[in-house]
Unconditional design. Structure first.
Length: 416
């Protein structure tokens, strides 16, 4: 009697469904294991706790203290008692303009566990609803929901939810920037771009790109909205508060204990990883060379005016956002969600090779699983002690976004 071998005769769509199901199961297992091993806010929701903390401080001590690290430590430490060691405890700050802290004043009125649960649901539902609206509005007609669903199970999205990050707001701002720009509403487009000030490093290449394109109306909208954000934040915190925020940014630049820059998805990570095995001069030299090549490739995207072409503008934006995560000084894997609007917009039109979307979705979870196996072998004594997960994910994220940049530059060069 012959046995039926499982997974025989599956077509490509069936394999995609199987892979998607496996990724979702793996995420659920990782979430459950992390919750069992570390409890809430020690890993899961640790970034959310920082936002909850500043909202709590704003409500109880006022905005003068939202950037006060000793006070943040006092608020956050009780949630981390089971992992606090003899080392000095380091809180996770929230280096946001004060105006962006206002919504967290409401959330901080809730119990942190309830608040994190609600925050996670709102972010997941909000991301799904927004991207569906974004595509249906720009591309009326039948929606290729499979590609949209595949992009939503990517590791950057999972990490955004896992850590309790605020990247969904960035996705919405970039999506609305795109929608307005593709319809010729340049001033309105610039207004939405100012929303990226919630993480100012996301603008490091977009603003120069607009200057290259002489997009004066977009820049005017951005300048007016950005000025309003800064004035409103100044009104809340005063001069000393703004100084404290700048000081916090400078601390992030030099590195704080909770930054983990060696696990980022940028060229800074390359320098930090190479230096111990070679020397700092070689490590930083290689990283600076890579950064300059990345910067040059990004600038080439904007040498010609693409405002008259939805297709070319979207490709240039995708490449620019991918280059941003590689170049900017602070860039973790979860920040890679910022490419979702142009990526999904191009994918559902078959304007980008689907294999790039599949690599972006499935490669990081596979790398994470391999790192998990290697970590288990380390604990069993079969491998030397080493933290594989951060290195593998950092290199994987950087490589994927450099591939998006290379594809964008090559495609636009051929199109022109």
């Amino acid at each position: 009697m012959s046995r039926k071998i499982p997974f025989q005769n599956l077509n490509s769509q069936s394999w995609l469904n199987l892979a998607s199901f496996a990724v979702i199961i793996y995420y659920l297992l990782q979430f459950g294991l992390a919750l069992y091993a570390n409890n809430l806010f020690n890993t899961i929701g640790s970034d959310y706790l920082s936002f909850w903390s500043v909202g709590h401080i704003a409500n109880n001590q006022g905005y003068d203290y939202v950037y006060d690290l000793p006070l943040l430590s006092k608020v956050q430490k009780p949630f981390h008692e089971d992992i606090v060691t003899d080392r000095v405890y380091a809180p996770i700050p929230a280096p946001l303009f004060a105006i962006f802290i206002v919504p967290f004043q409401l959330i901080s009125l809730l119990d942190p566990v309830i608040g994190f649960s609600l925050w996670t649901i709102l972010n997941l539902v909000g991301l799904i609803v927004y991207l569906h609206f974004f595509i249906k509005d720009l591309l009326p007609g039948p929606l290729q929901s499979r590609l949209l669903a595949i992009s939503l199970i990517s590791l950057p999205v999972f990490h955004t939810l896992f850590w309790g990050q605020i990247n969904v707001w960035l996705v919405i701002c970039i999506g609305e920037f795109m929608r307005a720009a593709l319809r010729g509403k340049d001033f309105q487009s610039g207004l939405w771009l100012a929303g990226l000030l919630i993480k100012p490093q996301t603008l490091i290449l977009l603003i120069p790109a607009l200057l290259f394109q002489r997009s004066w109306k977009k820049l005017a909208g951005f300048t007016i909205a950005a000025t309003g954000i800064i004035i409103a934040s100044f009104a809340l915190t005063g001069l000393q508060g703004m100084r404290s925020l700048v000081g916090l940014w400078l601390n992030y630049a030099s590195g704080i204990p909770t930054n983990a820059p060696e696990n980022m998805v940028n060229w800074r990570m390359v320098a930090l990883r190479l230096s111990p095995f070679t020397n700092p001069a070689i490590g930083w030299g290689a990283a600076i060379a890579g950064l300059l090549v990345t910067l040059m490739a990004c600038l080439l995207l904007w040498l010609k005016p693409w405002s008259q072409s939805n297709f070319k503008f979207s490709i240039a934006l995708l490449g620019t956002l991918a280059a941003t995560t590689a170049i900017t000084w602070h860039s973790h894997l979860h920040m890679m969600t910022i490419i979702l609007p142009p990526l999904v917009y191009l994918a559902v039109q078959n304007r980008i090779p689907h294999k790039l979307v599949y690599y972006w979705t499935f490669m990081p979870p596979l790398i994470l699983f391999i790192a998990f196996i290697l970590g288990a072998l380390v604990k069993l004594g079969y491998l030397p002690d080493f933290e594989y997960e951060g290195l593998f994910l950092g290199v994987c994220g950087l490589a994927l976004h450099l591939s998006f940049l290379a594809w964008s530059e090559r495609t636009l060069r051929r199109a022109s």
